[in-house]
Ligand binder design. Structure first.
Ligand code: 1GP
Length: 253
């Protein structure tokens, strides 16, 4: 199995480098906005594009990815809300298991059904323990997943969930307060989880400014994902990217 991008994650983590992933929801972009987004992302040295959404209604996922690909070499990682959001044109796939929930369909059921198709895609597969944290508002992901999120102040539950995910073989942990969360994940929770796992930690949901992105990295996040705020204001790409890349991880080693 391919491991190019994952290998990059690990190398960056061991040297204390933090990464910025811009989330693109295919439902919310068109050819013109993709072109602008990609241009600004190249200038800002964005590390990755995550592509997907909890509910992708449009049918232009392949087209959207091909357009990004044609314009830059920033790796494209699928962040699918369902197995239908798999495109062979991407570089890698976050193979998500919703370990914070107790919905068997999202833990293993949909994976079984889509396994042959996913394998055939030739994508780099990255097994990811996906944890939804309460962000102060019911988000699409919590509704669609039919699973209750981990309460925002229960850092111990998050910590134990992430540890269990890692021991089950997950290569990444993604903690998400949900797109457009009112309250992003606290630094306390990020710190607690980061201290107890060795795999890279992805944090997203409700991050709207460079300061929060910076503090999350300081607390132990390895990859910061921002979608909603950038959709509203593209100029945030360079500010957030600069903040993330300015962090030198004192815990690196
Ligand atoms: C959502 O983590 C992502 O799944 C990003 O959230 O859109 O709120 O930035 P935002």
């Amino acid at each position: 199995m391919k491991q190019n991008i994952y290998h990059q994650f690990i190398t960056k983590k061991s040297s204390g480098k933090k990464s910025f992933a811009v989330l693109i929801d295919p439902d919310k972009v068109n050819a013109k906005s993709i072109a602008e987004l990609v241009k600004l992302s190249i200038e800002a040295k964005v590390d990755y594009f995550f592509v997907g959404g909890s509910l992708v209604i449009s049918h232009h996922l392949d087209e959207c990815i091909q357009q990004i690909k044609a314009a830059c070499s920033i790796p494209i990682i699928l962040f699918p809300g369902s197995p239908s959001q798999v495109s062979k044109y991407a570089d890698a796939l976050l193979y998500l298991s919703l370990i914070s929930g107790r919905n068997p369909e999202l833990l293993i059921g949909q994976h079984v059904i889509s396994a042959p198709f996913v394998k055939k895609s030739g994508l780099e597969i990255m097994p990811t323990g996906y944890m939804v944290i309460d962000g102060g508002a019911p988000t699409t992901v919590s509704y669609i997943s039919n699973a209750s999120p981990i309460p925002a102040d229960k850092s111990e539950i998050a910590m134990c969930t992430a540890m269990a995910g890692e021991m089950l073989g997950m290569k990444l942990i993604y903690m998400d307060a949900g797109s457009g969360a009112r309250r992003p994940i606290t630094e306390h929770m990020i710190e607690k989880v980061a201290q107890h796992i060795d795999v890279p930690l992805i944090i997203g949901g409700g991050i709207v400014d460079p300061e929060k992105a910076y503090l999350n990295c300081k607390a132990g996040a390895d990859i910061i994902v921002v979608g909603n705020a950038i959709e509203k204001d593209f100029s945030l790409i360079s500010e957030i990217s600069a903040a993330i890349h300015s962090v030198a991880n004192v815990n690196a080693g």
